[in-house]
Write a protein that binds this ligand. Sequence first.
Ligand code: DGY
Length: 377
Amino acid sequence: TNDIIARAVEVLKENDQGAYTVPTKGLYPFQWNWDSCLTALGLAHYDEARAWTEIETLFAHQWPDGMVPHIVFHVWNDGYFPGPEVWRTGRPTATSGITQPAVAGFAVRRLFDRARDKTLARERASALLPKIDAWHRWFYETRDPKGEGLVAIIHPWESGRDNSIDWDDAFERVPTEGVEPYIRRDTLHADPAHRPTREQYDRYIWLVQHFRGLGWDNARLHDASPFQVVDPGFNAILIRAAADLADLAQALGDTAIAAANRARAEKGLAAMERLWSDAQGQYLCLDRITGKRIDSASVGGILPAFAAIPTARAQALAATVERLAANARYVVPSHDPGDPRFDAKRYWRGPVWLVSQPVTPISRQAIETTENYGGRA
Ligand code: DGY
């Protein structure tokens, strides 16, 4: 174990750029939103002040409307596409124009609870609290315009599960005409057989150009997007973050932020029931444009174990994971190996991702002993 910890610290130090950490050198040379928040949890094990800085750096680039972008392009680097010249969001430091799973509320609460330096934690968490609250408000205002309690993603990259089978059908509606010529960089760093296809990239870029054409005005993007998908994993992360932020606000004496986030979490949890599938024994995505659920058994529908879902749902998810474990070498695969569309090598179409492991139930017992909070185990 000591050896693994020492090596993990080495990796973090190697990727540390001073005030933020790159997910990996080469393929991802900037600051990524959810990667950074999870990285902060690792940093806290050996440098608490640096862990707080990681999240502060991200929030220093929050948009005036409350959105926290998925990439902050701190430095110039031509090893990544699409770079700032494609996004053109007009921010003082270049950023992308879409967001990512809202793990910050969860991460900050955890940093706070585990802090050895309580004075430091109080000071740094207090400053982040209203910013994270503004982000949560932004989600429900702009991505849930009808007030259903569930937010939609408008680009697959927002989910963090870039090329999941979940998006295939909805993605058919995204055109590829008019995509400006481009050269991918990802396939220089990683095996193309693992990465998204050319056709998917055309659609990723079409959406970026489309949103750019609308001036990155979040009051318009949701309704104007041909891709609007309600992802149970994404919602569960937001719900958990809202509940965690409510607890943190309570501890810091901010009752208004506590109440607002408690209400968001409760409404979201109730709305999640719409996504439950008895047939699949898990939650499913909902295509907001067709109003239909998407029949695709991915880890996104198991991730809700991260939120305080009803016990019966958590138990059914545990049974699903056990069924998957019978067919898979490692759990939880990003997609059900029993589905003919499963692809063992292509990122989110089959492989297991470490980032989704701490938050997915590894056994019925894990769920039951943590009262649905798989992530706190
Ligand atoms: C990429 O470029 O592969 C990223 O996942 C987008 O965030």
